[in-house]
Design a protein around this ligand. Sequence first.
Ligand SMILES: *[C@@H]1O[C@H](CO)[C@@H](O)[C@H](O)[C@H]1NC(C)=O
Ligand SMILES: *[C@@H]1O[C@H](CO)[C@@H](O)[C@H](O)[C@H]1NC(C)=O
Length: 487
Amino acid sequence: MRGKASALILGFLVVLLIVQECRSKKHRPNFVFILADDLGWNDVSWHNPDVISPNLQELHDNGISLHQHYVQPICTPTRSALLTGFYPYKLGRQGDGIEPLQPTGLNLDKKLLPERLKPLGYSTHMVGKWHLGFCNWAYTPLRRGFDTFYGKYLGSGKYFQHTRMSGYDFRDQEEIDRSARGKYSTTLFGNRSVEIIRKAAAARTRNPFFLVTSFQTVHKPMEVPQKYVDLYPESLPLAIRKRYAMVTAMDEAVGDMVDALKDEGLFDETIIMFTSDDGGKEFNEGTNFPLSGGQGSIWEGGTRTAAFVHSPALGNYNHTEIFHVTDWYKTILSAAHKGIKAGEFVEEKEEEEEVEEEEELAGDGMDQWDALALRKSSPRRWMIYNLNVLEDGTVEGGLRRGQFKYMIGSEARRGDETGPWLFNIDHDPTEQHNLVDLLPEMTKYMHTELEMRAKSSVPMDEPKTSLGGLPDNFGGDWAPGWCAAPE
Ligand SMILES: *[C@@H]1O[C@H](CO)[C@@H](O)[C@H](O)[C@H]1NC(C)=O
Ligand SMILES: *[C@@H]1O[C@H](CO)[C@@H](O)[C@H](O)[C@H]1NC(C)=O
């Protein structure tokens, strides 16, 4: 009798201790960052009713629509900005994407977002396309803060065969994964993301997780299972049916991820973010409609993406202020620090953490967490679209200040003209009315500002290609081990 009673009391105490432990521990949200590739403004159903993307649509409609979400005009630069919180022109990444045989990678002196989340107890996962360098193991995801990696090191490749030129490029952790061959990458990436979510839920510790799911969709080559193409009317040109079909396949994968989060009871404590890495290719007619320009340009069509952030605790509304891709770094960290309580986001901070963050967190991003979660006004009033200094000292690029946008140079080309251009984006989002002659003072001010910012730029990092990286040297696979990593 006495034994039973003391066991009962002991049991009660244990329960009490566990409850105490849960109370004192901050409940950190999970993050699922979904990245599409070359997806145009007009390639999602909330901008274009021809596109079938019900799962993304539902997240968008129930989440925060990011009406002015900006990225870089090209893939590698956007991914660099996302994971470092720095403008690419300060990293040497303001140029083109990293080519397969270019012996370089994302700056090793920068601490990437997953490296900052791990000390907070997060498990960190990268699924899909990396495209931030792989010539040395030091550049690859598992050496940059990710616990797991599943996908491709290169910037593009075939969707079923996973080859680029003749080389095979598909890995699970650091091993080549041949079982992926013949399977559609979008589905593989969705399935692995589901697996990660289920494992995180099953883990005894229930640590929060940070998952980046980086689809190839809709980067060329235009490959997609026929069943998705068949969903679209034959009256549409085949190229367009294929592109939309690729979006629908991605949408299905996103739907599977959402179902897994709901099944596992994680949906309420997860923040889902969605954007493309740049605008659609201009030659794909209508892909960025009604915006001007496309991928590779700093016109709105190249840099302004269909984007949202979703969590049941955030509610739904239209965030119309400027949000730049560098902002995710501090915004995500801020959300991780502040945490969730009973389905609501809390404002309190841990004092020590705050001090540490202020010391450490350099970069160009701004913490927009309070703007998103508490609907306070955004701290961001201006941004750089891109910036580069030519050999002769000429400054090229684009700058936004409030409603005004100024741009000049090769990425601002329209036909034969390279600017300068000055637009009022609030009144003229499709960039039809050049205000340069009308507002000479403003034009001059913006150019001076761009030149001032250029003082903190570093030269483009565009090393000559090295044949050492050819797959022939690695048994037919794309593999690390053919460049030195800088100290
Ligand atoms: C993805 O997961 C689904 C559901 O478990 C499964 O039916 C399908 O075969 C998987 N696809 C691939 C390509 O692994
Ligand atoms: C958000 O607000 C802007 C500006 O008022 C509007 O043009 C846009 O259609 C709105 N977006 C949504 C999804 O409601």
